[in-house]
Every structure is written in structure tokens, then in C-alpha cells.
Design a protein around this ligand. Structure first.
Ligand SMILES: *Cc1c(COP(=O)(O)O)cnc(C)c1O
Length: 466
């Protein structure tokens, strides 16, 4: 039995941090691989670009035709410390030679405990904490709900409009958007209730944060009842839902209401965690201390790892054997996580994220001043988005978002769309990206906005990514 042969990786020389196109995109080799993908990979897996990666380093993805693309997506907020971050590569290489797997539930290993200690120390709040590790964001969210239910002995879970929490059965129920995440995949898990969010751009009634919290709490008390409620699960800044930043005061008021009512307040920081927003965690921005915090994506420099961290008395509620999984806290992923966290500290990436915010917002606000199809510029740190609307209105314009993304893709700039209405263009650059690359990427976008958009023919399918 032999596997299909595939091209060997490129030699290990440094990747020039510059956008260079040597073919039209997608190039011939990528087209060939897209054909093979179509006949080998399940059709339900969409791709943002029809370009195959051969290598990635820092802020550049090199494709199989030798094109150098600017990465303003970080593989959906994962390679926050930069692609192939040297500390991560070295840590994984050392671990792979020691052992790849024993299963933590069979013969445990130190690096898992070290990750737990690190997360207990770094996550918001000074209380006694415990951590459990998994593989994906969705898996960790499911387990946070299990833990909250075991602790409270209640069933109900409240989530919010525009929320994204994953694609497994329970997390599909928690995710708001039907297409592409839920359509045709029901029935969904019961006892999941949706409350109104604070969405400053679309809260036309000018609700401030505390007022929006009163609206949400009233909704929860009337339609669910605090005594039935195990957990409130919320993204401090929404990811797939459109990079919606709730008005100041919204999160603290919700957290306070949860505390007063014995409801577990769960922060889904899968996308916002690990320096992405200019704080180590987005909750830190307003001093919100969640009972449980769920992390994944940026945690391990690209290796699959996720975690639930929280108050010891809540985390220890499930019986022995009630939590786990074959691969949860895989040693390679744990070694990568320690190296990624060390990189954030050693390279001053919190400060970098804040500088990226300043640079991006300055430029995007200038574009907005000139173009009333940019309805909103928002986000924090290196998690920035523009919401696109019909000129002079707040009517969503998903076609414009798609066209801009396509134009950027064709010019070798990786950008993603998101939002309930599909009209948000989002930027998630690695925090180590050079200013020159960032400026080049934004210049491509500015040019596309000024009218090149309509001349684009490339057929890239924008997909719900995750
Ligand atoms: C991506 C994401 C998830 C799901 O993570 P997976 O690793 O794709 O399962 C959950 N919550 C948020 C906020 C996310 O951005």
C-alpha cells in the first residue's frame, strides 16, 4: 500500500517578505491541484482562494507556482506570531523527536501541565484556576457548556445574535448564521437561546453598552429565566459574525448579572485571544473576568490546540473521566503553545497589535472619508474590519465585499470576508508582519475601491470559513 506521491517541500531558505506575482492567480500548478481537489476532496469544503500553499513565513504565503502573497488572514487568526515562527518550529522539532503521542489520559506528560499552568496564570482574574485541553475551538466550547451544566445542574445556554461558536452539533445550535454553517444539518441541540447583542453600527436607537445589556438581560429573564440558565456564552468581539465590538459597558454588565444569578459567564476568545486585539485577551480591555475562558486559534502558532480555563470550583465539577479525548493536549501542540506564548512576550507583540490598529484605522478612515460605501471601520488591535454598504445608506452590500476580496486575491493579497450579511471585509494580519507589507496590502485594497473592482474575472468562491 502506497500513498499518492506529492511534491516535496521547498528547500529551507528564508522567504522574502515581499509581494511578488510570477503568474496570474491562480497559476497553472494551483489550477491543476484545484482539479485534483475537486475529484478527491468533499465538495462541502470551500476555499477562499484557488491558490495552493507551498510554504509560509512571517507575513508571506508562497504558492505552488512561486507567487508571494501577503497574508492578511493568518489562516483565520491562527498564525498570530507569524507563519513558521522560529520558536514554534524549534519547539515542535524537539518534541517530535522525543515523542508525538502517548495520550494524556493514559500516560500524562509535563508539557500539558505547563500549558495549563501558563493559561491559569495569563488568563483574566487572580482566582484559583484549572485548565483542560482539546483540539478545536468547537470542541472546547462544547466542553465549556458541559462543565457549566455539571457545575450549575441547569440546562439552558444563552448565546447572541451574529454569534459563531463552531460547526459541531451543539455549536451549530449556538452559531447564529444559517448559510453556510447550519443549512440542512439539523436537528440542533436543544436548550440554546439567542439574545440581542450590542451592535453599535446597527443599533439605530443609540443604545449605549449598559442599555444594550439591560435589553439582553430582560430578554433572558423573560424568555429563559435565570434559574434555568447554566451559561451565557459570548465572543468579546465577534469573529465570523462581523468583527462586531459591543459598546463599552455591555460585557461588564452581562458578567455582573451572571455573577449575581449563579450563571457561568463564558468568554469565547477562540478568535480574539493571544494578543490579537492588543491585549493578551479581549476581556482584559474592560477588566472583565469571565468564569470560563475558551481559547484556540492563536494559541499554538498553527498547531491544533484549544483550552477551557476557569474557576477551579467550576472546572472541577465534572466527575473523573467526564472530560477528555484521544488527542486533547497533543504534546506537539503543547510545545508549540509554550513557544507561541514566549514569542508574544519576547517580541512585544501586544504593542505590535496596537501599532497595527493605528496604522490600519488611520488608512481605512481616510478611505472612508472619501467613500460612503464604507459604512463602518471597527475592531481592535490586529482584528480590524470594514462594513460595506450601499452608498450613503446602511444597506449591506455583500457583492461589493466579495468583489473587493476577489480583486485583492487576484493581486496577491489574502483577505477574508465575514458578517451575517456577508458584507464585512476583515483583516487579521500576523502580528509580526512588516509595516511595508501591511501598507502594500492596504494600497491594493484602496486601488480596488477606486474602481478596478469591476474588471475582475477570477472565480474564487468565498466560503464560510470558521
Ligand atoms: C473559529 C471559532 C470557533 C470554532 O473553532 P474551530 O477550531 O474552527 O472549531 C469558535 N468560536 C469562535 C469565536 C471562532 O472564531
Amino acid at each position: 500500500m502506497t500513498a499518492t506521491p506529492h511534491a516535496t517541500p521547498l528547500p529551507n531558505t528564508a522567504v522574502t517578505q515581499q509581494r511578488t506575482l510570477v503568474t496570474a492567480l491562480p497559476g497553472p500548478r494551483s489550477r491543476e491541484l484545484m482539479d485534483r481537489k475537486a475529484s478527491a476532496v468533499a465538495g462541502g469544503v470551500g476555499t477562499t482562494m484557488s491558490v495552493f500553499a507551498a510554504r509560509a513565513e512571517g507575513g508571506i504565503v508562497v504558492d505552488v507556482d512561486g507567487n508571494h502573497l501577503i497574508d492578511l488572514g493568518s489562516g483565520i487568526a491562527v498564525t498570530t506570531v507569524g507563519a513558521s515562527a522560529p520558536r514554534v518550529v524549534a519547539a515542535v522539532q524537539a518534541q517530535v523527536e522525543a515523542f508525538t503521542h502517548t495520550c494524556f489520559m493514559v500516560t500524562p506528560y509535563e508539557v500539558y501541565v505547563a500549558v495549563a499552568e501558563t493559561l491559569n496564570r495569563l488568563t483574566p482574574g487572580e482566582h484559583d484556576k484549572r485548565t483542560v485541553l482539546f483540539n478545536s475551538g468547537a470542541e472546547a466550547i462544547e466542553n465549556a457548556v458541559k462543565i457549566a451544566r455539571a457545575h450549575t445542574r441547569r440546562d439552558a445556554v444563552v448565546v447572541f445574535d451574529h454569534a459563531y461558536h463552531g460547526r459541531t452539533n451543539l455549536t451549530m445550535a449556538m452559531t447564529a448564521k444559517n448559510m453556510p454553517y447550519k443549512h440542512g444539518f439539523g436537528p440542533f441541540a436543544p436548550e440554546v437561546y439567542r439574545a440581542p447583542l450590542s451592535y453599535p453600527y446597527r443599533d439605530h436607537t443609540t443604545l449605549d453598552g449598559p442599555e444594550a445589556a439591560v435589553r439582553a438581560i430582560d430578554h433572558i429573564e423573560k424568555q429563559v429565566g435565570a434559574t434555568n440558565l447554566a451559561a451565557v456564552v459570548i465572543e468579546p468581539i465577534q469573529g465570523e459574525g462581523g468583527f462586531i465590538v459591543p459598546a463599552p459597558g455591555f460585557l461588564p454588565a452581562l458578567a455582573e448579572w451572571c455573577r449575581a444569578n449563579g450563571v457561568v459567564f463564558v468568554a469565547d476568545e477562540v478568535q480574539t485571544g493571544f494578543a490579537r486585539t492588543g491585549d493578551l485577551f479581549a476581556c482584559d480591555h474592560e477588566g472583565v473576568v469571565p468564569d470560563l475562558i475558551v481559547t484556540a486559534k492563536g494559541i499554538a502558532g498553527g498547531l491544533p490546540l484549544s483550552a477551557v480555563t476557569g474557576r477551579a470550583e467550576i472546572m472541577d465539577a465534572p466527575h473523573v473521566g467526564g472530560l477528555g479525548g484521544t488527542y486533547g493536549g497533543n504534546p506537539l501542540a503543547c510545545a508549540a503553545a509554550l513557544a507561541a506564548i514566549e514569542t508574544i512576550e519576547a517580541e512585544g507583540l501586544l504593542e505590535r497589535a496596537r501599532n497595527i490598529e493605528r496604522l490600519m484605522k488611520d488608512r481605512l478612515h481616510l478611505l472612508q472619508a472619501d467613500d460612503d460605501r464604507i459604512g463602518d471601520v471597527r475592531g481592535r488591535g490586529a482584528m480590524i474590519a470594514i462594513e460595506l454598504v450601499q452608498a450613503g445608506t446602511s444597506e449591506p452590500d455583500p457583492e461589493l465585499a466579495r468583489a473587493l476580496a476577489r480583486a485583492a486575491h487576484q493581486q496577491g493579497v489574502i483577505v477574508l470576508t465575514c458578517g451575517t450579511y456577508g458584507n464585512v471585509l476583515r483583516f487579521l494580519p500576523p502580528l509580526t508582519i512588516s509595516e511595508a507589507l501591511l501598507v502594500d496590502g492596504l494600497d491594493v485594497l484602496a486601488k480596488a475601491l477606486k474602481g478596478d473592482v469591476m474588471t475582475v474575472h477570477q472565480h474564487t468562491a468565498s466560503s464560510g470559513s470558521g
